[in-house]
Design a protein around this ligand. Structure first.
Ligand code: SF4
Length: 751
């Protein structure tokens, strides 16, 4: 591949000078973002003296549900929020995070000016010109010394699709990087790989209406009630009185509301699903016609299942035979069975094959392509799906393949760039980039809207590794994140509500976000920052058509043409706005106007032979099982509906902060608490082979004996987790680290 920057070298100096001039003179789209005023008033609840004079609708910027929110405006600025009543996703409901989306914008730790680390090691304010010159000089010097691939980026599922596309294209085509990945590796990579292998494309097949159409709903590793509360509301609206099977080691809020809870041993889910598949085959409850017409590999799968008789399943899952048979019978008798999973499956060292267990069950029973059916991964972040298709990280724009010459040619032609600028190899995945830093291969890192020093598995390990970088840039709304605090340069970014673009939600619905508030200080939209970087770097000309988010949307439409995610039929942003979002695919010429559309209705999948594949393998051993020193298994996950990821935003809302404990806590079964001498609400030390933390004991029977649970939102949690990954998706396995617990002692002064 050609990763040098020759055609831009000569012009760089003069282009950078022009860019500086442009930065100072710019008007139009950038002008109001460049005002040097702080935020003008605190948002949150409508100030009494302000009455809304208009309402607009935009999609929420937290989770992948993608609710529509009415934003109440006063003289063009947002003053309050309410859930959109006719938006096809949320139908008038919103969770606490959505209601509080404005209040997190006015926090005192918003990044309002670029910050650069000075010779005393302190981050001090600098202007944009100095920041951008430092950015380019430092990264270019690293590339000159160590090669273009020695600088990488880590992006996010939290910024707009158009911003992701510009970032990925700028970094790879303009700046010569090869390696860049997103924090979606932590939540969705497993589903992406599972779908690609099974269906031939990363194609979640469902629409949310399926939650209301099913007569059997199987939820695996998914605490929907708090992680996706609006989707739980959709189940509550289901008029078919569905059977709800929850497969989860913990007695979660969702498990308590289910009709059947299979509280299996952690990581025994593959054995359970193979056992259920075996029972379905043995009892003749398979859809032979569907298997014959639309799938491949079933006979091999059937042979594999012979190793999973009920006796083995009972022994390895800890479930009783009657419960397993009842679950299998429920699936067999359902007319419209849907299988749903989230992080309990994805964040696993055998996540891809576990997800494919559910895909296999849907295929063998013919539960795909009809209302109320599907093998359905629910995503995490508001724009995880946008990242999967258009971030130019693991896929070339529009779900294309970097290693495919025809795909590179197509994209180069659409973007009017030299084909040689497009890498012909895939990027390293997130953990490989981290490892690359450790091995001295990556020397410079650009982190955008994510917080690896908090969220990455085995946190201390990653902090040590990040400290080895020659140059670390963090671009974020807040200067206070754990990663921003160790950066050499911080670029202040606008947040949701302060910029435009699109998000793609879990059910493939493309929705609009809107600029309804001014970013504080000198903060700029990520889109504007990327454009400025392009100018200063000297490759601005390459992006001369990428003038606005909507201009980029039109480029991405062209990139999608002929792909399973074809969106060429979406006319413009206005069409998205008027229609309440549009699900992909929506190719040119589509005349139907259904608000809910599902994939594979004709039984044709996206492999060249049009068939879905049965994929399977033997379960692996847990890499770090409980042992004499660390006898308990730590599971991490979502704490409450009021918390989001590393709490970078939700921690800023006074309302949300009242809805969860301020300090980290650990859920422990009464039996284990007694054995460890731990009393309710007592301060305890939780220790793993990676480190020790202080937490408050929450003694509760919802934690099964032998397991403890800690919410992922607290900084301390990932000091304990063990860094191991799914071999296919490279997604971290956050839910199986061995720990011990004891009461806090006087000697624990360092905690
Ligand atoms: Fe926003 Fe998700 Fe809550 Fe809906 S469920 S309001 S998208 S955070």
């Amino acid at each position: 591949m050609n990763v040098a920057l020759p055609q831009y070298e000569a012009a760089r100096t003069s282009l950078a000078a022009q860019a500086r001039q442009w930065l100072h003179q710019t008007n139009g789209a950038l002008s109001d973002e460049l005002t040097l005023q702080p935020a003008r008033f605190s948002l949150g609840l409508t100030p009494a003296h302000l009455q809304p004079d208009a309402v607009t609708t935009a999609v929420c910027g937290f989770c992948s549900t993608g609710c529509g929110l009415h934003i109440h405006l006063h003289q063009g600025e947002a003053i309050n929020i309410s859930p959109a009543t006719i938006y096809p996703v949320n139908l008038g409901a919103a969770c606490p995070k959505g209601w509080e989306a404005l209040s997190v914008l006015t926090a005192s730790d918003r990044a309002v000016t670029p910050l650069a680390r000075n010779h005393r090691g302190r981050l001090v304010p600098v202007d944009w010109d100095a920041a951008l010159r430092t950015f380019c000089e430092r990264f270019q010097k690293i590339q000159q010394q160590h090669g273009p691939e020695s600088v990488a980026f880590l992006s996010t599922g939290q910024i707009a699709t158009e911003e992701m596309a510009l970032l990925g294209s700028l970094a790879k085509f303009g700046m010569g990087m090869l390696h860049g990945d997103g924090n979606t590796r932590q939540c969705m990579a497993t589903s992406v790989v599972a779908y690609k292998q099974s269906f031939g494309f990363d194609a979640p097949p469902y629409t949310y209406a399926d939650l209301e159409e099913s007569d059997v709903i199987v939820l695996v590793g998914s605490n929907l009630c708090i992680a996706h509360p609006i989707l739980w509301q959709r189940i509550v609206r289901n008029r078919h009185r569905p059977e709800i099977l929850v497969v989860d080691p913990r007695r979660t809020e969702t498990a308590m509301a289910a009709t059947q809870h299979l509280a299996l041993r952690p990581k025994s889910d593959m054995v359970l699903f193979y056992g259920i598949a075996y029972w379905l085959v043995e009892q003749g409850h398979i859809n032979s016609e569907y298997i014959q017409e639309h799938t491949s590999g079933f006979e091999e799968f059937r042979a594999h299942l012979a190793e999973y008789p009920l006796s083995r399943v009972v022994k390895e899952t800890g479930l009783d035979e009657a419960a397993i048979q009842h679950a299998a019978q429920t699936i067999a008798s359902g007319k419209r069975v849907s299988f749903w999973w989230t992080m309990g499956v994805n964040q696993s060292y055998q996540g891809v094959r576990t997800a494919q267990c559910l895909i296999n069950l849907a295929l063998m029973t013919g539960n795909l392509g009809r209302p109320g059916t599907g093998a359905n991964s629910i995503t995490g972040q508001c724009n995880a799906m946008g990242s999967r298709l258009f971030s130019n990280t693991t896929n070339l724009l529009g779900g294309h393949d970097f290693t495919n010459a025809a795909h590179r040619k197509k994209i180069a032609k659409i973007l009017d760039i030299n084909e040689a600028r497009i890498p012909d190899q895939n990027s390293w995945a997130y953990p490989e980039i981290i490892e690359g830093i450790l091995r001295g291969k990556i020397k410079g890192l650009w982190v955008i809207a994510t917080n690896p020093a908090h969220s990455w598995i085995n946190q201390q390990g990653v902090r040590d590794i990040l400290s080895r970088l020659d140059f670390l840039v963090v671009q974020d709304m807040y200067h206070s994140t754990e990663t921003a605090q160790i950066a050499d340069l911080v670029l202040p970014a606008a947040g949701w509500g302060e910029k435009e673009g699109t998000f793609i939600n879990s059910e493939r619905r493309i929705g609009l976000l809107k600029k309804v508030s001014k970013a504080p200080g000198q903060a700029l939209s990520d889109f504007s920052i990327f454009r400025l970087v392009a100018q200063y770097w000297g490759c601005g000309e390459m992006f001369s058509r990428w003038t606005s988010p909507e201009a980029v949307f039109h480029l991405l439409k062209k990139c999608s043409r002929g792909q399973p995610c074809d969106i060429t039929g979406i006319r413009d942003y206005r069409m998205l706005d008027e229609s309440g979002g549009i699900q992909w695919p929506f190719p040119e010429g589509v005349t139907e106007d259904r608000p809910e559309r599902r994939l594979f209705e004709d039984g044709r999948f996206l492999h060249p032979d049009g068939r879905a594949k049965f994929l399977f393998e033997a379960p692996r051993d847990m890499p770090e099982p409980p042992n004499a020193r660390y006898p308990l298994l730590l599971i991490t996950g979502r704490g409450t509906a009021a918390q989001w990821h590393t709490q970078t935003r939700t921690d800023k809302s006074e309302v949300l902060r009242t809805m969860y404990p301020r300090q980290v806590y650990v859920e422990i079964n009464p039996q284990d608490a007694k054995q460890a001498g731990v009393k309710p609400n007592q301060p305890v030390v939780v220790e793993s082979a990676r480190g020790r933390i202080k937490a408050t004991a929450f003694v509760t029977a919802t934690a099964p004996p032998g397991q403890v649970f800690m919410p992922m939102h607290y900084e301390e949690t990932n000091k304990l987790t063990h860094a191991h990954f799914d071999p296919y998706s490279r997604q971290p396995s956050y839910k199986d680290s061995a720990v011990n617990i004891r009461p806090l002692a006087d000697g624990d002064v360092d905690l």
